[in-house]
Design a protein around this ligand. Sequence first.
Ligand code: PMP
Length: 369
Amino acid sequence: MSSQWIAQRAKCFDASGIRRVFDLGAKLTDPINLSIGQPDFDVAPEVRQAAIDAIQSGKNGYALTQGIPALREKLQAQVDRDYSHPDRQVFITSGTSGALLLAMLVLIDPGDEVIVFDPYFVMYDALAGVAGAKVVYVDTYPDFRIDPRRVAEAVTPRTKMILLNSPANPTGTVAEADDLRAVAELAAERGIVLLSDEIYREFCYDGQFVSPALFNPQTLVIDGFSKSAGMPGWRVGFAHGPAEVIREMTKLQQYSFVCAPHPFQWAATTALDVDMSPQRDAYRHKRDLIVEGLSDLYELTTPGGAFYAFPKAPWGTGSQFVEEAITKHQLLIIPGSVFSRRDTHFRISYAAPDATLERGIDILRLMAK
Ligand code: PMP
Protein backbone atom coordinates (compact mmCIF):
# COMPACT_ATOMS: atom_id res chain seq x y z
CA MET A 1 0.00 0.00 0.00
CA SER A 2 2.60 2.56 1.10
CA SER A 3 4.60 2.09 -2.12
CA GLN A 4 1.78 3.93 -3.90
CA TRP A 5 2.53 6.93 -1.71
CA ILE A 6 6.08 7.38 -2.90
CA ALA A 7 6.46 10.35 -5.23
CA GLN A 8 8.09 10.01 -8.64
CA ARG A 9 10.97 12.21 -7.56
CA ALA A 10 12.06 9.68 -4.94
CA LYS A 11 12.45 7.14 -7.72
CA CYS A 12 15.03 9.10 -9.66
CA PHE A 13 17.89 7.76 -7.63
CA ASP A 14 19.00 4.47 -6.30
CA ALA A 15 21.41 4.05 -3.39
CA SER A 16 21.60 0.26 -3.70
CA GLY A 17 25.14 0.11 -5.19
CA ILE A 18 26.80 1.75 -2.23
CA ARG A 19 24.47 0.01 0.25
CA ARG A 20 25.57 -3.36 -1.13
CA VAL A 21 29.21 -2.51 -0.36
CA PHE A 22 28.31 -1.45 3.17
CA ASP A 23 26.18 -4.58 3.68
CA LEU A 24 29.02 -6.81 2.51
CA GLY A 25 31.47 -4.81 4.64
CA ALA A 26 29.31 -5.10 7.77
CA LYS A 27 29.89 -8.87 7.76
CA LEU A 28 33.67 -8.53 7.88
CA THR A 29 35.55 -8.74 11.18
CA ASP A 30 38.76 -6.91 10.22
CA PRO A 31 38.13 -5.07 6.95
CA ILE A 32 40.78 -3.06 5.17
CA ASN A 33 38.62 -0.06 4.64
CA LEU A 34 39.46 2.09 1.62
CA SER A 35 35.86 3.05 0.96
CA ILE A 36 35.26 6.03 3.20
CA GLY A 37 34.94 9.49 1.71
CA GLN A 38 36.07 11.43 4.76
CA PRO A 39 39.46 12.44 6.19
CA ASP A 40 41.12 10.06 8.64
CA PHE A 41 42.56 12.99 10.64
CA ASP A 42 40.58 14.38 13.55
CA VAL A 43 39.35 17.94 13.99
CA ALA A 44 42.18 20.24 15.16
CA PRO A 45 42.27 20.66 18.99
CA GLU A 46 41.56 24.41 18.87
CA VAL A 47 38.56 23.80 16.60
CA ARG A 48 37.19 21.15 18.96
CA GLN A 49 37.70 23.60 21.84
CA ALA A 50 35.85 26.32 19.93
CA ALA A 51 32.86 23.96 19.51
CA ILE A 52 32.93 23.10 23.23
CA ASP A 53 33.21 26.78 24.19
CA ALA A 54 30.29 27.67 21.90
CA ILE A 55 28.10 24.99 23.47
CA GLN A 56 29.16 25.88 27.02
CA SER A 57 28.53 29.57 26.45
CA GLY A 58 24.99 28.94 25.26
CA LYS A 59 25.34 29.35 21.49
CA ASN A 60 22.71 26.66 21.11
CA GLY A 61 19.75 28.54 19.73
CA TYR A 62 18.93 29.16 16.10
CA ALA A 63 21.59 31.04 14.20
CA LEU A 64 20.74 33.66 11.61
CA THR A 65 19.61 31.81 8.48
CA GLN A 66 22.47 33.24 6.42
CA GLY A 67 25.02 32.24 9.08
CA ILE A 68 26.66 33.81 12.12
CA PRO A 69 28.26 37.15 11.21
CA ALA A 70 31.70 36.09 12.53
CA LEU A 71 31.94 33.23 10.02
CA ARG A 72 30.13 34.89 7.15
CA GLU A 73 32.23 38.05 7.35
CA LYS A 74 35.47 36.09 7.46
CA LEU A 75 34.47 34.05 4.42
CA GLN A 76 33.17 37.14 2.61
CA ALA A 77 36.54 38.86 3.13
CA GLN A 78 38.31 35.79 1.75
CA VAL A 79 36.02 35.65 -1.29
CA ASP A 80 36.35 39.41 -1.92
CA ARG A 81 40.12 39.09 -1.76
CA ASP A 82 40.21 36.09 -4.12
CA TYR A 83 37.73 37.30 -6.74
CA SER A 84 36.93 41.03 -6.36
CA HIS A 85 33.48 40.39 -7.85
CA PRO A 86 31.25 43.24 -6.67
CA ASP A 87 28.11 41.07 -6.78
CA ARG A 88 29.52 37.95 -5.02
CA GLN A 89 27.84 37.11 -1.71
CA VAL A 90 28.47 34.33 0.81
CA PHE A 91 26.08 32.43 3.05
CA ILE A 92 26.47 29.48 5.41
CA THR A 93 24.75 26.17 4.64
CA SER A 94 24.14 22.80 6.23
CA GLY A 95 27.13 21.19 4.57
CA THR A 96 28.04 21.34 0.92
CA SER A 97 25.19 18.88 0.32
CA GLY A 98 22.75 21.41 1.75
CA ALA A 99 24.11 24.07 -0.60
CA LEU A 100 23.82 21.68 -3.55
CA LEU A 101 20.20 20.84 -2.79
CA LEU A 102 19.24 24.50 -2.35
CA ALA A 103 21.01 25.42 -5.60
CA MET A 104 19.16 22.71 -7.52
CA LEU A 105 15.78 23.62 -6.09
CA VAL A 106 16.22 27.34 -6.65
CA LEU A 107 17.69 27.16 -10.14
CA ILE A 108 16.26 24.11 -11.93
CA ASP A 109 12.82 23.89 -13.51
CA PRO A 110 11.41 20.54 -14.60
CA GLY A 111 12.77 19.66 -18.04
CA ASP A 112 15.92 21.79 -17.71
CA GLU A 113 19.11 20.01 -18.70
CA VAL A 114 22.04 19.73 -16.30
CA ILE A 115 25.45 18.73 -17.66
CA VAL A 116 27.33 16.38 -15.35
CA PHE A 117 30.77 14.90 -16.02
CA ASP A 118 30.90 11.12 -15.81
CA PRO A 119 32.26 9.80 -13.39
CA TYR A 120 30.44 12.09 -10.97
CA PHE A 121 29.75 12.50 -7.26
CA VAL A 122 26.64 10.43 -6.44
CA MET A 123 24.50 13.34 -5.32
CA TYR A 124 24.75 15.23 -8.61
CA ASP A 125 22.48 13.20 -10.82
CA ALA A 126 20.26 12.26 -7.87
CA LEU A 127 19.56 15.84 -6.78
CA ALA A 128 19.33 17.18 -10.32
CA GLY A 129 16.71 14.47 -10.85
CA VAL A 130 14.86 15.47 -7.68
CA ALA A 131 14.64 19.00 -9.05
CA GLY A 132 13.14 17.60 -12.27
CA ALA A 133 16.17 18.03 -14.52
CA LYS A 134 17.22 15.84 -17.37
CA VAL A 135 20.84 14.92 -16.62
CA VAL A 136 23.15 15.07 -19.64
CA TYR A 137 26.32 13.05 -19.00
CA VAL A 138 29.60 14.08 -20.57
CA ASP A 139 31.91 11.08 -20.55
CA THR A 140 35.49 11.82 -19.41
CA TYR A 141 37.08 8.35 -19.66
CA PRO A 142 39.88 7.32 -19.87
CA ASP A 143 41.84 10.25 -18.38
CA PHE A 144 38.89 12.08 -16.70
CA ARG A 145 39.87 15.34 -18.32
CA ILE A 146 37.16 17.87 -18.99
CA ASP A 147 37.06 18.39 -22.74
CA PRO A 148 35.49 21.80 -23.48
CA ARG A 149 34.58 20.68 -27.02
CA ARG A 150 32.49 17.83 -25.68
CA VAL A 151 30.80 20.23 -23.28
CA ALA A 152 29.98 22.56 -26.18
CA GLU A 153 28.50 19.60 -28.09
CA ALA A 154 26.33 18.65 -25.12
CA VAL A 155 24.82 22.13 -24.78
CA THR A 156 21.26 22.54 -26.10
CA PRO A 157 18.75 25.41 -25.78
CA ARG A 158 17.49 23.62 -22.63
CA THR A 159 20.86 23.51 -20.85
CA LYS A 160 20.46 25.32 -17.56
CA MET A 161 23.51 24.25 -15.58
CA ILE A 162 26.98 22.77 -15.87
CA LEU A 163 28.18 21.07 -12.70
CA LEU A 164 31.94 21.11 -12.19
CA ASN A 165 33.92 19.41 -9.44
CA SER A 166 37.68 19.88 -9.25
CA PRO A 167 39.45 18.22 -7.46
CA ALA A 168 36.93 15.51 -8.20
CA ASN A 169 35.21 12.71 -6.36
CA PRO A 170 35.58 9.81 -7.36
CA THR A 171 38.61 10.24 -9.65
CA GLY A 172 40.83 12.72 -7.78
CA THR A 173 41.31 14.58 -11.06
CA VAL A 174 42.22 18.27 -10.92
CA ALA A 175 40.95 20.06 -14.01
CA GLU A 176 43.39 22.00 -16.18
CA ALA A 177 43.08 25.79 -15.83
CA ASP A 178 42.66 26.17 -19.61
CA ASP A 179 39.80 23.69 -19.67
CA LEU A 180 38.14 25.41 -16.71
CA ARG A 181 38.49 28.73 -18.46
CA ALA A 182 36.98 27.39 -21.69
CA VAL A 183 33.98 25.87 -19.87
CA ALA A 184 33.54 28.98 -17.72
CA GLU A 185 33.56 31.22 -20.80
CA LEU A 186 31.16 28.92 -22.64
CA ALA A 187 28.74 29.06 -19.69
CA ALA A 188 29.01 32.87 -19.60
CA GLU A 189 28.43 33.23 -23.36
CA ARG A 190 25.43 30.89 -23.37
CA GLY A 191 23.88 32.20 -20.14
CA ILE A 192 24.24 28.81 -18.42
CA VAL A 193 24.67 28.50 -14.65
CA LEU A 194 28.12 27.22 -13.76
CA LEU A 195 27.98 25.41 -10.42
CA SER A 196 31.42 24.65 -9.01
CA ASP A 197 31.73 22.18 -6.13
CA GLU A 198 35.02 23.11 -4.45
CA ILE A 199 34.85 20.93 -1.37
CA TYR A 200 38.30 19.40 -2.11
CA ARG A 201 39.93 22.81 -2.74
CA GLU A 202 42.44 22.31 0.10
CA PHE A 203 43.59 18.98 -1.33
CA CYS A 204 45.61 19.91 -4.44
CA TYR A 205 48.99 18.15 -4.51
CA ASP A 206 50.75 19.34 -7.65
CA GLY A 207 49.84 23.01 -7.91
CA GLN A 208 47.56 25.78 -6.74
CA PHE A 209 43.81 25.31 -6.70
CA VAL A 210 42.10 27.11 -9.60
CA SER A 211 38.41 28.01 -9.45
CA PRO A 212 36.34 28.53 -12.60
CA ALA A 213 34.92 31.58 -10.79
CA LEU A 214 38.17 33.34 -11.76
CA PHE A 215 36.98 33.19 -15.38
CA ASN A 216 33.25 33.69 -14.92
CA PRO A 217 32.05 36.12 -12.24
CA GLN A 218 28.58 34.56 -12.26
CA THR A 219 29.88 31.15 -11.12
CA LEU A 220 28.00 29.70 -8.17
CA VAL A 221 30.46 28.02 -5.78
CA ILE A 222 29.59 25.46 -3.11
CA ASP A 223 32.14 24.51 -0.50
CA GLY A 224 32.39 23.29 3.06
CA PHE A 225 34.41 22.27 6.08
CA SER A 226 33.74 18.50 6.00
CA LYS A 227 36.96 17.62 4.20
CA SER A 228 39.16 20.70 4.70
CA ALA A 229 38.71 20.73 8.50
CA GLY A 230 37.88 17.03 8.92
CA MET A 231 34.45 17.76 10.42
CA PRO A 232 31.89 16.04 8.16
CA GLY A 233 29.60 15.25 11.10
CA TRP A 234 29.30 18.91 12.04
CA ARG A 235 27.48 19.86 8.82
CA VAL A 236 28.88 23.26 8.00
CA GLY A 237 29.24 24.41 4.40
CA PHE A 238 28.86 27.60 2.44
CA ALA A 239 28.00 28.96 -0.96
CA HIS A 240 29.01 32.10 -2.80
CA GLY A 241 27.79 33.55 -6.03
CA PRO A 242 25.57 36.22 -7.60
CA ALA A 243 23.72 38.06 -4.82
CA GLU A 244 20.29 37.32 -6.26
CA VAL A 245 20.90 33.56 -6.38
CA ILE A 246 22.30 33.59 -2.84
CA ARG A 247 19.24 35.53 -1.67
CA GLU A 248 16.89 32.88 -3.12
CA MET A 249 18.93 30.01 -1.66
CA THR A 250 18.91 31.69 1.75
CA LYS A 251 15.15 32.12 1.54
CA LEU A 252 14.69 28.41 0.86
CA GLN A 253 17.13 27.56 3.67
CA GLN A 254 14.91 29.56 6.02
CA TYR A 255 12.02 27.23 5.12
CA SER A 256 14.01 23.98 5.14
CA PHE A 257 17.32 23.59 7.01
CA VAL A 258 16.62 26.85 8.94
CA CYS A 259 20.35 27.33 9.68
CA ALA A 260 23.60 25.41 9.77
CA PRO A 261 24.37 23.96 13.26
CA HIS A 262 25.04 26.99 15.42
CA PRO A 263 27.92 25.91 17.71
CA PHE A 264 29.78 24.32 14.81
CA GLN A 265 29.64 27.58 12.88
CA TRP A 266 31.80 28.96 15.69
CA ALA A 267 34.13 26.02 15.33
CA ALA A 268 34.30 26.61 11.56
CA THR A 269 35.24 30.25 12.23
CA THR A 270 38.27 29.00 14.18
CA ALA A 271 39.00 26.32 11.55
CA LEU A 272 39.59 29.03 8.95
CA ASP A 273 42.75 30.02 10.83
CA VAL A 274 44.23 26.53 11.13
CA ASP A 275 47.12 25.67 8.85
CA MET A 276 46.17 22.42 7.12
CA SER A 277 49.40 22.06 5.13
CA PRO A 278 50.66 19.12 7.31
CA GLN A 279 47.48 17.20 6.45
CA ARG A 280 47.84 18.11 2.78
CA ASP A 281 51.46 16.91 2.79
CA ALA A 282 50.43 13.65 4.48
CA TYR A 283 47.73 13.08 1.87
CA ARG A 284 50.14 13.84 -0.99
CA HIS A 285 52.34 11.11 0.45
CA LYS A 286 49.36 8.71 0.57
CA ARG A 287 48.55 9.57 -3.04
CA ASP A 288 52.16 8.75 -3.97
CA LEU A 289 51.99 5.43 -2.09
CA ILE A 290 48.90 4.40 -4.08
CA VAL A 291 50.28 5.53 -7.44
CA GLU A 292 53.68 3.91 -6.87
CA GLY A 293 52.04 0.77 -5.50
CA LEU A 294 49.60 0.18 -8.34
CA SER A 295 50.69 1.92 -11.55
CA ASP A 296 52.63 -0.99 -13.03
CA LEU A 297 49.65 -3.37 -12.72
CA TYR A 298 46.64 -1.07 -13.07
CA GLU A 299 45.46 1.47 -15.60
CA LEU A 300 45.48 4.46 -13.27
CA THR A 301 45.43 8.19 -14.01
CA THR A 302 47.54 9.92 -11.37
CA PRO A 303 45.10 11.85 -9.18
CA GLY A 304 46.17 15.43 -8.53
CA GLY A 305 43.81 16.08 -5.63
CA ALA A 306 41.03 15.03 -3.23
CA PHE A 307 41.79 11.64 -1.62
CA TYR A 308 40.60 9.20 -4.24
CA ALA A 309 42.10 7.08 -6.97
CA PHE A 310 39.98 5.49 -9.71
CA PRO A 311 41.80 2.58 -11.34
CA LYS A 312 40.39 0.32 -14.03
CA ALA A 313 39.49 -3.18 -12.89
CA PRO A 314 42.10 -5.55 -14.39
CA TRP A 315 39.45 -8.20 -15.09
CA GLY A 316 35.66 -8.49 -15.02
CA THR A 317 33.38 -5.56 -14.43
CA GLY A 318 34.12 -3.04 -11.69
CA SER A 319 31.34 -4.63 -9.61
CA GLN A 320 32.66 -8.18 -10.03
CA PHE A 321 36.15 -7.10 -9.09
CA VAL A 322 34.93 -5.22 -6.00
CA GLU A 323 32.76 -8.15 -4.91
CA GLU A 324 35.80 -10.41 -4.94
CA ALA A 325 37.95 -7.81 -3.15
CA ILE A 326 35.41 -7.63 -0.34
CA THR A 327 34.32 -11.24 0.01
CA LYS A 328 37.69 -12.96 -0.57
CA HIS A 329 40.15 -10.35 0.71
CA GLN A 330 38.23 -8.18 3.19
CA LEU A 331 39.19 -5.11 1.13
CA LEU A 332 36.44 -2.49 1.06
CA ILE A 333 36.44 -0.40 -2.12
CA ILE A 334 33.56 1.01 -4.17
CA PRO A 335 32.58 -0.08 -7.67
CA GLY A 336 32.79 2.67 -10.28
CA SER A 337 29.19 1.99 -11.31
CA VAL A 338 28.07 3.87 -8.18
CA PHE A 339 29.55 7.03 -9.74
CA SER A 340 29.19 6.33 -13.41
CA ARG A 341 27.18 4.92 -16.25
CA ARG A 342 30.11 2.58 -16.84
CA ASP A 343 31.02 -0.41 -14.69
CA THR A 344 34.71 -0.70 -15.47
CA HIS A 345 36.59 0.98 -12.62
CA PHE A 346 36.62 1.16 -8.83
CA ARG A 347 37.22 3.89 -6.27
CA ILE A 348 39.90 3.78 -3.63
CA SER A 349 39.75 6.31 -0.82
CA TYR A 350 43.26 6.77 0.51
CA ALA A 351 42.07 8.75 3.54
CA ALA A 352 43.36 5.94 5.75
CA PRO A 353 46.47 5.19 7.83
CA ASP A 354 49.56 4.34 5.74
CA ALA A 355 49.63 0.80 7.19
CA THR A 356 46.06 0.20 5.95
CA LEU A 357 47.00 1.57 2.53
CA GLU A 358 49.96 -0.78 2.36
CA ARG A 359 47.76 -3.77 3.18
CA GLY A 360 45.27 -2.62 0.54
CA ILE A 361 48.01 -2.23 -2.08
CA ASP A 362 49.34 -5.73 -1.35
CA ILE A 363 45.88 -7.21 -1.92
CA LEU A 364 45.26 -5.23 -5.10
CA ARG A 365 48.64 -6.37 -6.46
CA LEU A 366 47.71 -9.94 -5.70
CA MET A 367 44.31 -9.55 -7.35
CA ALA A 368 45.75 -8.10 -10.56
CA LYS A 369 47.92 -11.13 -11.27
N1 PMP B 1 30.61 17.26 -2.92
C1 PMP B 1 31.48 16.25 -3.08
C2 PMP B 1 32.22 16.15 -4.36
C3 PMP B 1 31.68 15.32 -2.05
O1 PMP B 1 32.55 14.31 -2.21
C4 PMP B 1 30.94 15.45 -0.84
C5 PMP B 1 31.08 14.49 0.32
N2 PMP B 1 31.45 13.22 0.05
C6 PMP B 1 30.02 16.52 -0.75
C7 PMP B 1 29.91 17.40 -1.80
C8 PMP B 1 29.16 16.71 0.47
O2 PMP B 1 29.87 17.15 1.54
P1 PMP B 1 29.23 17.76 2.86
O3 PMP B 1 29.67 16.86 3.98
O4 PMP B 1 29.84 19.13 2.99
O5 PMP B 1 27.79 17.81 2.68
